[in-house]
Design a protein around this ligand. Structure first.
Ligand code: NAP
Length: 354
């Protein structure tokens, strides 16, 4: 899709030379429960889970350490990634500089026969996961402990109260929530101040704007962490209807939005990003991440990658400047596009509130 409005935009945007180091910082949360983090974090899930071929452990450890050397101080994992193996990997990788960085992990599922087996937000399960995650991450405190998905059978006050107790015991520093409604955020925050909400947010999925989650975060002083900020890789322009996913370890193979017809129908997003990026020396991925950064100062994306070159490309986004007028033209063009295909299967959709 050509976008003449953008092509006609005369104002060139500035971009400093590609970053080798990310120095910009952002703050998630408020007061006693604020975390100062690098302007972009690193999502580690794909090194073990759901993103295809699993690289050799030494490659992923080197990548995590390269991120640290490049200024990243915010690393995201979860018990269920693997399960377990991703936390173990992250724990080993961060050990030499554990005190200099922040690690977030998540509870909320039963795991049986090495598979995710339904939701479990009961206090005893939260405590069990905390103890085990501490060991796998080789640490004595979890900087940010998110509920991964809300358990409808456990009042959120009980969840928040359990994390509050873990904070009092010094095992956890901060509380987070993922894919929850405004009402859940308010109820949880009243018991234990929430540092960050982590939910899907990118330029093909911005429900958190429409349903008030982002506004509630702003009002309550809660940070926001968009997960899958590149729409699971689609917004890079490197996936297309011919892409064959490695189905044994790639949930995209079963997601409606990653079926060939949906990817073909959604190609105008890639054309918009490519066109806008070409005029500014940026890749589609960089435009996508910059778009999230410009939404709010309390937004910190956690793009996932298994490749050093992609890591450096992604971190360079912290130094990009694009004028408001150019973003307005971009958003006008974006507003004309519609998305084909659900982001989740029915089971996964039933667990999210956005
Ligand atoms: N709270 C939740 O429920 C939840 C759900 C999903 C994810 N997450 C978190 O969010 C993090 C990121 O999410 P995600 O992995 O689903 O999606 P993502 O960050 O949107 O996309 C990751 C995919 O994009 C590719 N990619 C990254 N940078 C690229 C670049 N510069 N050029 C081309 N391709 C690039 C990666 O492939 P390469 O490896 O080839 O670079 C990978 O397949 C996860 O690691 C996890 O920590 C949380």
């Amino acid at each position: 899709m050509a976008s003449p409005t953008l092509a006609a935009s005369g104002e060139a945007s500035n971009r400093t030379s590609p970053a080798t180091s990310i120095t910009k910082r952002r703050t998630l949360g408020n007061g006693k429960h604020a975390l100062e983090v690098s302007a972009l974090g690193l999502g580690c899930m794909g090194m073990s889970y759901h993103r295809g071929r699993i690289p050799d452990k030494s490659v992923s450890i080197a990548l995590i350490r390269k991120a640290y050397e490049s200024g990243v101080n915010f690393f995201d994992t979860a018990e269920v990634y693997g399960p377990y193996t991703n936390e173990t990997l992250v724990g080993e990788a961060i050990q030499p500089f554990r005190k200099d960085i922040l690690v977030s992990t998540k509870f909320g599922f039963n795991i049986e026969n090495n598979q995710m087996a339904g939701l479990n937000g009961r206090p005893e399960q939260i405590r069990k996961v905390a103890e085990e995650s501490l060991k796998r991450l080789r640490t004595d405190v979890l900087d940010l402990f998110y509920q991964h998905r809300q358990d409808p059978n456990v009042p959120i006050e009980d969840v928040a109260g359990t994390v509050k107790d873990l904070i009092a015991e010094g095992k956890v520093r901060n509380f987070g929530l993922s894919e929850v409604s405004v009402e859940t955020i308010r109820r949880a925050h009243a018991v234990q101040p929430v540092t960050a909400v982590q939910s899907e947010f990118h330029l093909m999925w911005h429900r958190v704007i429409e349903n008030g989650v982002l506004a509630a975060c702003e009002e309550l002083g809660i940070g926001f962490v968009p997960y899958s900020p590149i729409n699971r890789g689609f917004l890079s322009g490197m996936l297309n209807p011919q892409t064959k996913f490695f189905a044994e370890n790639d949930n995209r193979a079963g997601l409606p939005r990653f079926q060939p017809d949906a990817m073909a129908a959604n190609w105008p997003f890639i054309e918009l990003l490519t066109d806008f990026g070409h005029q500014r020396g940026l890749t589609p991925t960089q435009v996508s991440l910059a778009w999230l950064m410009k939404q709010k100062p309390y937004i910190v994306s956690i793009p996932g990658t298994t490749k050093a070159a992609h890591l450096m490309e992604n971190l360079a986004v912290a130094d990009i400047t694009i004028s408001d007028a150019d973003w307005k033209a971009f958003d006008d063009a974006l507003g004309k596009l519609t998305v084909e295909g659900d982001r989740y299967t029915q089971t996964e959709r039933s667990r999210v509130q956005n």
